[in-house]
Design a protein around this ligand. Sequence first.
Ligand code: ATP
Length: 270
Amino acid sequence: MEDTKMNTMRLTERAVDNNEIKMRARGVDVFYGDTHAIKSVDVDIEDNTVTAFIGPSGCGKSTFLRCLNRMNDTIDVARVDGQITLDGEDIYDKRVDPVQLRAKVGMVFQKPNPFPKSIYDNVAYGPRIHGLAQTKAELDEIVEKSLRRAALWDEAKDRLDQPGTGLSGGQQQRLCIARAVATSPEVLLMDEPCSALDPIATAQVEELIDELRARFSVVIVTHSMQQAARVSQKTAFFHLGELVEFDETTKIFTNPEDQRTESYITGRIG
Ligand SMILES: Nc1ncnc2c1ncn2[C@@H]1O[C@H](COP(=O)(O)OP(=O)(O)OP(=O)(O)O)[C@@H](O)[C@H]1O
């Protein structure tokens, strides 16, 4: 009975949004012990769109980002309430395997964190554990395609057997992006992916984000309002755990509705 009701609800939702909404969060609260880090957040993450999360330090951007692929499950004191769906399916349903979920909703972290393995093995890791290739040739193809998508193929193709940790910082971050895209995710979460990079590597990663949007939905946490303005189409402004305003990026940066958003983008809070 429960299931039937849920399925009817899902079908209705799909018909209304015409599948353009990839992830939907409703009434999401996050607690770390007694700290109420995220307060009743509703947000829709659209397909083929870059969504930026901005806001002052400690406002909950990373916490909310981690809700989208259940990375908060790995933090003992964290508790997540509310509902988050991916293509209409509840990602917190007990039947959902978080490892499978994270292949669909990939993540790139602030500091490049390649595995202590070769460049090839870093990218092949996900496809191997998820059994995405039947033969070595198929795996080679996935590795090449992923490195190309991460704009790293030309620099890496002659050193695939060398350690990923031997690459420059910017290259390592593109390797981590290649690793994340190798499992053909539908959503890519990026937590301040350029904060450890110089301006040239940052520009390369930003260009890449724009290209990735053609295939995935991208959600990026950034401290740089310039970066949010450059790479995103939608922007969410968080303050003290609340989602204050969520709109087209141009609207947020030129004509925000809320006084707190205005104060943040003009540098008065933050
Ligand atoms: N693992 C944790 N255990 C306990 N409290 C945490 C944990 N992670 C975050 N918090 C708390 O949750 C709140 C939100 O933190 P979060 O890191 O999500 O903010 P943020 O906006 O991403 O900050 P920043 O921009 O500084 O990275 C803060 O009060 C923080 O202290």
